[in-house]
Design a binder for this molecule. Structure first.
Ligand code: SAH
Ligand code: MG
Length: 206
C-alpha cells in the first residue's frame, strides 16, 4: 500500500536516457537497481559529497550513468562480461558521460585498483563473492567512506529461505545471509541493512 502510494507521489528521474536504459534492461532481462534503490544511492552520494565512487558490477551501465548524470561524482565501474561491458561503453558514450565514467573489463576478484581515496564503494555483482569484494576493496576506501551493498534481501528469499525449492538458490541465499551477518559484526565498519530496493546496506569505515 505504501509502495503504491509512493510510486505515485515520488518523481522518478525524468530523462530520455534513463527511460531508454530501463527499456533496454527490461528487454535483455538485466537486473538493474529499482527506482527506490538508485534514488537512495544518489541521495547518499550527494549527502556524502562523494567525489569518487567505485562500482562492482556495471551491467549495461544504468546505475553508473545515473550517478554520473545526477551527482558530481566520478565513477569507476568493473564488469566481467565482455558483451555487457561493450554495451555499457556505448550507452555511456550515447549519454555523453565518458568524461565521468571509467569502465574496467575483468573479474573484480582479479582487477587491481591502486587508488585508496574512494568515497563510496558500491557492491552490486555476484552475491557469492560479496565478502571477498568487501575485504578486497576496503583498502581503496577513505576512512569515513561508505560501502553500499545491493540485493541483500534478494526478493524476500533471505528472510524466508524455507520457501526456496532449488538447492543452488538455497545455497546462494545462505551466502547472502552470511554476508549480512559479516557486515553487521565487522569491527572496522558501522553497518546497517535497510529494506530499500532489493535490500541495501550502508557500512561506514571507522
Ligand atoms: N549496477 C548495475 C547492475 C549490475 S547487475 C545497475 O544497477 O545498473 C550485476 C553485474 O555484475 C552483471 O552484469 C555481472 O556480469 C557483473 N558481475 C558479476 N560478478 C562479477 C565479478 N566477479 N566481477 C565483475 N563483474 C561481475
Ligand atoms: Mg543489484
Amino acid at each position: 500500500m505504501n509502495q503504491e502510494y509512493l510510486r505515485n507521489v515520488n518523481k522518478p528521474f525524468d530523462h530520455e536516457i534513463v527511460a531508454k536504459l530501463k527499456q533496454q534492461a527490461k528487454v535483455d532481462q538485466i537486473p538493474i537497481m529499482t527506482d527506490e534503490g538508485i534514488h537512495f544511492l544518489i541521495q547518499l552520494i550527494k549527502i556524502h559529497n562523494a567525489k569518487k565512487v567505485l562500482e562492482i558490477g556495471t551491467a549495461i551501465g544504468y546505475s553508473s550513468i545515473l550517478m554520473a548524470l545526477f551527482t558530481n561524482a566520478e565513477v569507476t565501474s568493473i564488469e566481467r562480461n565482455e558483451t555487457l561491458f561493450k554495451q555499457a561503453n556505448s550507452n555511456i558514450e550515447f549519454a555523453n558521460q565518458s568524461n565521468k565514467i571509467r569502465l574496467l573489463l575483468g573479474d573484480a576478484n582479479d582487477v587491481i585498483i591502486d587508488d585508496d581515496d574512494y568515497d563510496i564503494i558500491f557492491i552490486d555483482a555476484a552475491k557469492s563473492s560479496y565478502i571477498r569484494f568487501f575485504e578486497k576493496f576496503s583498502k581503496n576506501l577513505k576512512t569515513g567512506g561508505l560501502i553500499v551493498s545491493d540485493n541483500l534481501l534478494f526478493r524476500g528469499m533471505v528472510a524466508h529461505p524455507e520457501d526456496i525449492e532449488s538447492r543452488n538458490r538455497k545455497q546462494l541465499v545462505k551466502k547472502i545471509n552470511h554476508y549480512n551477518e559479516f557486515i553487521v559484526n565487522h569491527p572496522d565498519f558501522d553497518s546497517y541493512i535497510y529494506d530499500i530496493g532489493d535490500g541495501l546496506s550502508i557500512s561506514i569505515k571507522k
